[in-house]
Design a protein around this ligand. Structure first.
Ligand SMILES: [Ca+2]
Ligand SMILES: [Ca+2]
Length: 636
């Protein structure tokens, strides 16, 4: 009798703890709301995603954040980026990253016995302490940041990105080499699934596609009706098909939840190399819907209702608690997370958001809040990163997203009670984790002696950069270094000068002079700064000069004639904001910025490239292949 009882108990235990589902997240970089078939794309074909949607659920109000690293932090921690001190994008060799003490979804699933693998773009810090293998992943294969963050190899002088296997550089990949990326990543993902079929597994598959530069594989190049961007979307679709087919072939389709989503909206300033936000306003970098609402599908045959659509508000922050719940675990009450279990939404049992409201942060600035159909905008919003957009009116604006998804009509005056309710929610959240004096923000990870993952010829040590980053916050009117001409005469394309050592151009008139020799029609000549700064570049064969005062405040002037071969340029910004560009001593154009730059640009001064937030309205962000001479930035 006793034996039988033990046997029964064992059987019941087995039934109660049936194998938890495998979890696969396919995360695309910079894919817009309108870029795949299930969300209305017609220019590129996505048959595998079309099928995934037919067999699963379309989530039409699913949110990432305006930029890469923040969305990835949210996915990993279940928290808004502002809570875990991930406000923006990380660059190679930075001393900061997602704090290793944060408990990631990979760590939580590993605790539950999952095999964990990450393939692709990490972007939560590239120092060893921050890598996926230190955050719960058994193994890692991929580029640890964006595919446009190439740095010159010290050995070959060729701009490359590193492909890591676990924590070691497996390959240094140049631009053209990225044509192999989707295929390499897909093989890695398929191998992992095949190898792990006998235990629950978590695969986090984060493509570098379809972020610029656009490098579709040879089999896809020239095949779509939407240029190389469409080609790369079609290759990503192929990759999704490979993953789903492998799950079917291994008999794992009924045991696996697959979520397909993107990290932010399309990078609109990239033109045909950027995607489409469909009916939404704005793109990457924006807290308008187009910047953050992303095309999302959930698939789990037999569990997620086939062919369903759910418009409940959900987000990357909800994935951690959902996966942990499906794995039979619970997320502890502390440290606090922002996400909630959305299993009832995915299973078609609920059309209600699992959270009281959704908060739209741009860095630490809480710009908007959504509850149900209502979205209250609290700050002026730009249309996107590097986009020359009209600045929106300040003040509270209320949009009815059910009535008008494109956010054009402010209905605040008609619904004062909704405005008041949402404003109160926003104030509470902003006090907690927004702004400069939050009450509940946790620290970022930080290491000493940061360096790039491979010897680079164009890297400025991080501790120098950090000091620079502090300088611009000096109070207005504070003493700036003695004004004197800075000799850049020795600088070559590819050189980077840290902010503190760069020409001091805050709050003063300045002139850039240079002679350029190149056959290119699009290339950066000089870029100083990011959200604040100036840039000189070639755009469609003409010379352009841009002065930027903020995300959506940039004035660009362009020479009237095309240039060829070797030409001299001077560009100046006067104390009253007057801009002047003189090419070859004769072609003169003028413009008007709102004044001098308010402070010294925090980002680097880059010769022949732009390594950070784009200053100029580049047609194409291409490094200069050619020579510069006599480069000088003088601030009298
Ligand atoms: Ca992105
Ligand atoms: Ca951790």
């Amino acid at each position: 009798m006793k034996t039988l009882f033990v046997l029964l108990t064992a059987l019941l235990a087995t039934a109660a703890t049936a194998r938890p589902p495998n979890v696969v997240v396919i995360f695309i970089d910079d894919m817009g709301y309108g870029d795949i078939g299930p969300f209305g794309a017609t220019k590129q074909r996505t048959p595998h995603l079309d099928r995934m949607a037919k067999e699963g659920m379309k989530l039409t109000s699913f949110y990432a954040t305006p930029v890469c690293s923040v969305s990835r932090a949210q996915m990993m921690t279940g928290c808004y980026g502002a809570r875990v001190s991930v406000p923006g994008v990380y660059f190679p060799g930075q001393s900061v990253g997602l704090n290793p003490s944060e408990v990631t979804v990979a760590e939580r699933l590993k605790e539950k016995g999952y095999a964990t693998q990450m393939v692709g773009k990490w972007h939560l810090g590239d120092q060893p302490e921050f890598l996926p293998t230190r955050q719960g992943f058994d193994h890692y294969y991929g580029i640890p940041y964006s595919n446009d963050m190439l740095k010159k190899s010290a050995e070959t002088k060729v701009p490359v990105v590193p492909v890591l296997r676990d924590e070691k550089v497996a390959e240094l990949m140049d631009g053209e080499g990225q044509r192999r990326l989707v295929e390499l990543y897909t093989k890695e993902a398929v191998d992992f699934i095949t190898r792990s079929k006998d235990q629950p597994f978590y695969l986090y598959f984060a493509h570098n596609a379809v972020h610029t530069p656009i490098w579709p594989g040879a089999a896809f190049a020239g095949k779509s009706q939407n240029g190389r961007f469409g080609d790369w979307v079609e290759e990503v679709d192929w990759s999704v098909g490979q993953v789903l087919d492998t799950l079917r072939a291994q008999g794992l389709d009924k045991d696996t939840l697959v979520v397909f989503t993107s990290d932010n909206g399309p990078w609109l300033v990239k033109g045909t190399d950027g995607g489409s936000a469909g009916p939404l306003r704005g793109g990457k970098g924006s807290t308008w819907e187009g910047g953050v609402r992303v095309p999302t599908l959930a698939w789990w045959p037999g569990r997620v209702p086939a062919g369903s659509v759910n418009d409940a508000v959900a987000a990357t922050i909800d994935l951690l608690p959902t996966f942990v719940a499906l794995a039979g675990g619970t997320v502890p009450a502390t440290p606090v997370i922002d996400g909630r279990d959305i299993t009832p939404i995915l299973m078609g049992q609920s059309k209600e958001s699992a959270r009281e409201a959704h908060y739209y942060f741009a860095s630490y600035d809480l710009q908007a809040v959504r509850q149900g159909r209502w979205k209250l905008a609290l700050s002026p919003q730009s249309d996107g990163l590097g986009k020359n957009a009209a600045k929106t009116a300040a003040g509270l604006r209320l949009y009815d997203l059910d009535a008008e998804i494109g956010e054009r009509t402010d209905v605040a005056a008609q619904h004062p009670e909704v405005v008041a309710k949402l404003k109160a929610l926003a104030d509470k959240m902003a006090a907690e984790i927004g702004g400069k004096t939050p009450t509940a923000r946790r620290p970022a990870g930080e290491v000493k002696g940061a360096k790039t993952l491979y010897p680079t010829a164009d890297y400025v040590p991080n501790d120098v950069k950090k000091e620079d980053a502090k300088k611009p916050t000096a109070k207005k009117g504070a003493k700036t270094p003695a004004a004197k001409p800075v000799a850049l005469a020795q600088a070559k394309p590819g050189d980077t000068i840290a902010s503190a050592s760069a020409p001091q151009v805050g709050q003063k008139a300045f002139t850039v002079a240079v002679t350029v020799e190149t056959a290119q029609r699009d290339a950066v000549i000089l870029a100083q700064g990011g959200l604040i700064g100036h840039a000189l570049y070639l755009k469609g064969g003409r010379v352009a000069f841009a002065v930027r005062h903020g995300a959506d405040e940039v004035v660009e002037i362009v020479s009237s004639a095309e240039v060829k071969g070797t030409f001299a340029v001077t560009a100046s910004l006067a104390a009253d904001g007057a801009m002047k560009l003189v090419v070859a001593g004769q072609d003169t154009v003028a413009g008007k910025a709102k004044g001098t730059l308010p402070r010294q640009p925090a980002e680097d001064c880059c010769v022949g490239h732009d390594n950070g937030k784009p200053v100029g309205l580049y047609g194409e962000l291409k490094p200069l292949q050619g020579a510069v001479s006599g480069l000088a930035v003088t601030a009298p």
